[in-house]
Design a protein around this ligand. Structure first.
Ligand code: ATP
Ligand code: MG
Length: 448
């Protein structure tokens, strides 16, 4: 390796994003809101590994899905030859874990997860190679009630996040028998119109014709719109289940449209499928997808267990929040501590700790490569930090045993300041901040 090579900058992997401090507050707000909503419906968190055996996805998602065919990050563990994959989604892992630990031994379980997923797709707006999902899996529930609950939980979340332009599309894809009867007619229909199929569709014609309905090719829209509809093949039980879901949604005034072409990508779905879609994000407009997957657990070697779930794309939802003007100001803190001189620095560290004891967020000025810096440059840092107050401790203050507490964001240009004895600073600031901010009813964080 040449000297030059060694000092070349290494950049991150294409399609895998850094989440920078400027964006972190929005992520945090989003995640906290989701967790609160999930908890309010009794869902419990589960955390599964990012790496799973490749066979889990090959078996779980189906061999002829986009994900398994071309999007998986699979590799051989060089230590022992194991075939492994970075999870492209989390349902398979959650179901594996639920089985492995017999989580449903005492009845159905409501679970949720959050974390990065990996798919080798062409990176573009709203489509990345590492992206994040938050999802819920309700394992062991058979009725339409839980399907409706999952959907209503999403609706509550959009409401809590202030998202207005997200609409619900709903369909039922029945059971395997119903799909098989439909499939035979669908293949016959597409064969009759083979000259209208694109290459992708021709490839899927016999392996997974249902997926052709999902095509984004504009030239094929008329063809798929006129194709036999799965809904017309549903038997009594599937129809009653689907009507049950709709009835609950109507009772709760959740608007939806039935989209007979909605099929979802994975093989393991049956009956209810749904997507939440927005027009604000261009062609990557699906922010959340879900449905029932009654056959999956048996496919994984468990005893037949009905289940239903969804996964939402965090990046797409954050983009939607930003489009709604929801950019948050960078992390603010309460206090920035400025000091000059050795003794002042020691005193400052003690004051900072006392303020933190009192629940305040405090940045203590520390030396950079250029040293501790002048008073002026420290004050500039204090301003840039977003802190509401600067505390200044220099020789004079040490002599007096009191610091200068300066309001950094006050309306009057000069900024109010006061001299406060070291021991009294915490009380003084808590008074000030709580006094200024009547909306505050918690006492842990004193800033917005
Ligand atoms: P799409 O049709 O957009 O490829 P999908 O059907 O492959 O989506 P799911 O597997 O259902 O997506 O995943 C659920 C959600 O995760 C999607 O609705 C989307 O919001 C998000 N998502 C999926 N793939 C990506 C990706 N590569 N980058 C960012 N978000 C994604
Ligand atoms: Mg996809």
């Amino acid at each position: 390796m040449s000297e030059n090579k060694k000092t070349e900058k290494i950049v991150g992997v294409k399609g895998m994003n850094d989440i920078l401090p400027a964006d972190a507050p929005l992520w945090e707000l989003f995640e906290n809101t989701v967790h609160t909503v999930l908890k309010s419906y009794g869902f419990q968190q589960i955390r599964t590994p990012i790496v799973e055996p490749t066979a889990l996805f090959a078996r779980g998602l189906g061999e002829v899905t986009d994900i398994v065919e071309k999007e998986m990050y699979s590799f051989t563990d060089s230590m022992n030859g194991d075939e492994l994959t970075l999870r492209p989604e989390c349902t398979a892992g959650v179901v594996r874990a639920a089985l492995e630990h017999n989580l449903t031994y005492d009845g159905p379980k409501r679970l949720w997860y959050a974390g990065p997923m990996f798919r080798h797709e062409r990176p573009q707006r709203g489509r990345y190679r590492q992206f994040h999902q938050i999802g819920a899996e309700a394992i062991g529930f058979a009725g339409p009630d839980i399907d409706a609950e999952l959907i209503m939980m999403c609706q509550r979340l959009w409401d809590d996040l202030g998202l207005k332009d997200v609409r619900l599309e709903l369909n039922s894809i029945g059971n395997a028998d119903e799909r098989n009867r439909h499939r035979a007619d669908l293949i016959a229909y597409f064969e009759k119109n083979e000259e209208l199929l694109d290459a992708e569709a021709k490839k899927r014609l016999h392996s997974n014709p249902l997926r052709i309905l999902d095509t984004k090719n504009p030239a094929m829209q008329d063809l798929v719109n006129a194709a036999p509809k799965l809904l017309d093949y549903l038997g009594d039980e599937s129809r009653a289940h689907f009507e049950g879901v709709q009835k609950i949604l109507r009772h709760n005034a959740i608007p939806f449209t039935i989209n007979p072409r909605l099929v979802r990508g994975m093989d393991y779905y049956n009956r209810t499928v749904f997507e939440w879609v927005t027009d604000q994000l261009g062609s990557q407009g699906t922010v959340c997808g879900g449905g029932r997957y009654d056959p999956l657990i048996e496919m994984f070697g468990g005893k037949p267990t009905p289940a239903c779930g969804f996964a939402m794309g965090v990046e797409r939802l954050l983009e939607l929040m930003k489009a709604n003007g929801d950019a948050l100001s960078p992390n603010q803190c309460d206090v920035y501590l400025v000091h000059q001189g050795e003794e002042a620095q020691l005193q400052a560290s003690v004051v900072a700790e006392r303020l933190r004891d009192a629940g305040l967020d405090v940045i203590l000025h520390c030396a950079s490569a250029a040293g501790i810096g002048s008073f002026k440059s420290q004050m500039k840092r204090a301003d840039g930090s977003g802190a509401a107050y600067a505390i200044i401790i220099a020789e004079d203050e040490i002599a007096k045993g009191a610091a200068v507490v300066k309001e950094l964001r006050s309306a009057d240009a000069g900024g109010n300041q006061a001299e406060v004895p070291f021991e009294g600073i915490a009380d003084y600031l808590v008074d000030q901040i709580v006094g200024h901010d009547h909306s505050h009813d918690e006492h842990v964080h004193y800033h917005h």
